[in-house]
Design a binder for this molecule. Sequence first.
Ligand code: ADP
Ligand code: MG
Length: 279
Amino acid sequence: SATPATLSAISNGAKNGVLVKGGAAMESLNTMDILYSDKTGTLTLGDFTVLDYEVPDDVLNEVVYMEQQSNHPIANAIVAAFKDRTFKDIDTSEPVEEIAGSGVKKGAITIGKPSAFNGYLDKNHYLDKIAEENTTIIVVKDDGIVGYVSLSDQVRYEAIEAVSGFQKEGIQVVLLTGDNERVAAKVAKEVKVNDYVANCLPEDKINYILKSQRNKKVVGMVGDGINDAPALANADIGIAMGSGSSVAIESADVVIVKNDLAKLLYSYKLSSRLNRIIK
Ligand code: ADP
Ligand code: MG
């Protein structure tokens, strides 16, 4: 059972916006060697704006209908941007399937990240759009690309300071994102992480964690999405943003209630101090 000093550190952390679930997590937080971080909602606000788009009108209705069934920040932005759409011609009996870390699918229509459609990207006249430093999703109907939507998000300014704080403590911070290379590189540069990996699938995130663990590193992973939950469960210290999906929060050892990564740094320092007391 937890020592009084451990309980007191947990309570101090909680007052400062970080819920650490139990003594073991509080006592081991400061052993972290590497912190992997998701991008959307973690290093960025996860509050996208639609910049521009080109989608045939009838397909756009389908797109909005489909994104209504998803909780991804991109889906929320698309639903908000096209509020006045009509769904009267839509076959609502057809299920909408979410493809974790990739997009959504309903019947002949698939919406999602360009790298998921590598097979026919070369024939795509939206290639210029996809090459920009924005998050671009493409709309595919019957195996042909019929449109795109470009969106932008902003980095959380407090993440910049938190990342440099962790680095001062000797922790490597590495971005693992499902987004494209250009966006990943841009965010990595803005937040100044040690390294980044773009086009990650949920299982790729797990593989990076397992690889670091085989190299005897204590791994922290911070994320917010449903698709981050398996990675959070595999990390030595799984950390969820408070605004994250409930599965992410349940899979985590630590929850950053107000989504401020600087609070995690504070808790890390509490853990270091705690270990000086109890060891
Ligand atoms: P991140 O690593 O930035 O948190 P995710 O792994 O959640 O990103 O998603 C990776 C990519 O998959 C997004 O950048 C987007 O291109 C695509 N994607 C995921 N969910 C959706 C959705 N509901 N609609 C459209 N595209 C999606
Ligand atoms: Mg995410």
